[in-house]
Ligand binder design. Structure first.
Ligand code: PBG
Length: 332
């Protein structure tokens, strides 16, 4: 059968040289696409490594400062803070989550004072603070109660906003939390505090290393989060979640995890055309890192390829533990 396009059309012509490959390149990754997640601890002069995330550390505030300075110098727009809370401060009511002098508010105040131009994102969820490691308050059967949890999340968001955070990122997947947080912020005059909603957050096993990093894995035990996080086989449901969060006042939406959910990123971007973020989660980091450390993958090339794939899928920004490395690579 005759192929009419060929030989007039040869797709390889444009691929032949670097200049023409660059001319037709559709997507570019820049430092502006990066958000750097960091784990913070109480105390001083502490830096701990995370076994399941080689190269990632938990640091005390004094050791976080030079990292933040590096982000500013490299032009990374924002840091996302994840606290490691001492076991003694975890409880059933998660009261430490809204302590105005808790670890997160202290870190936010210090960072905003030293680096006012650096965007700071905080996670709104109770898992670092509950003795059972769930993202919310539980009833007698262990079920995570929605509305009771939302009330605590609002207090947590207000405390973070009062400390000066730029963006709150509810990652808990309770229903109605975005509207409640928006109202709670507005009532206290925090009209500029942005909401980055983890709208399509799946009940993923790729979060394993993160739970090691923040020390919630032991608390959670064999329990799972599938009564509130989304079921991995679903896709239409993600669009409903995003639609609701936008109606409730989300400024940005997020899909999580990243690489196994590129189809969701594309559908969300096409359906809503709103600022769409994606989280290359701890398990994705661990996979790439492990293969690279074994010499099985070229780390730099594979990481950059994984990140430009998010851009191609429609993401406006990426949370990635590789952000610092990538920012350096992009400079050279
Ligand atoms: C907690 C939270 C999680 C992550 C971000 N915020 C873990 C979870 O839901 O269990 C995962 C991030 C990662 O795996 O890198 N609400």
């Amino acid at each position: 059968m005759k192929n009419y396009a060929f030989p007039q059309t040869r797709m390889r012509r444009m691929r032949k040289d670097d200049f023409s490959r660059r001319m037709m390149r559709e997507h570019v990754l820049t430092v502006n696409d990066l958000i750097y997640p960091v784990f913070v601890l109480d105390g001083e002069a502490r830096t701990e490594s995370v076994a399941s995330m080689p190269g990632v550390t938990r640091v005390s505030l004094d050791n976080l400062m030079p990292i933040a300075a590096q982000c500013v110098a490299l032009g990374i727009p924002a840091l996302a803070i994840f606290p490691v809370i001492d076991a003694g401060q975890k409880s059933l009511d998660a009261a430490e989550a809204y302590n105005p002098n808790g670890l997160v508010p202290r870190v936010v105040r210090a960072l905003k004072q030293a680096f006012p131009q650096l965007g700071i994102v905080t996670d709104i969820a109770l898992d670092p603070y509950t003795s059972h490691g769930q993202d919310g308050l539980i009833d007698g059967c262990g079920y995570v109660m929605n509305d009771e949890t939302v009330a605590v999340l609002v207090r947590q968001a207000q405390v973070h906003a009062a400390a000066g955070v730029d963006i709150v990122a509810p990652s808990d997947m309770m229903d109605g939390r975005v509207a409640a947080i928006r109202q709670g912020l507005d009532e206290q005059g925090f009209i500029h505090t942005r909401i980055l909603a983890y709208s399509a957050k799946y009940a993923s096993s790729f979060y394993g290393p993160f739970r090691d990093a923040v020390g919630s894995a032991g608390n959670l035990g064999v329990s799972s989060k599938e009564t509130y996080q989304m079921d991995p086989p679903n896709s239409d449901e993600a669009l409903r979640e995003v639609a609701m969060d936008l109606q409730e006042g989300a400024d940005m939406v997020m899909i999580k995890p990243g690489m196994p959910y590129l189809d969701i990123v594309r559908r969300v971007k096409d359906s809503f055309g709103v600022p769409t973020f994606v989280y290359q989660v701890s398990g994705e980091y661990a996979m790439l890192k492990a293969a690279a450390q074994n010499g099985w993958l070229d780390e730099k090339k594979c990481v950059l390829e994984s990140l430009v794939a998010f851009k191609r899928a429609g993401a406006d920004g990426i949370l990635t533990y590789f952000a610092l490395d990538v920012a350096v690579w992009l400079q050279s």
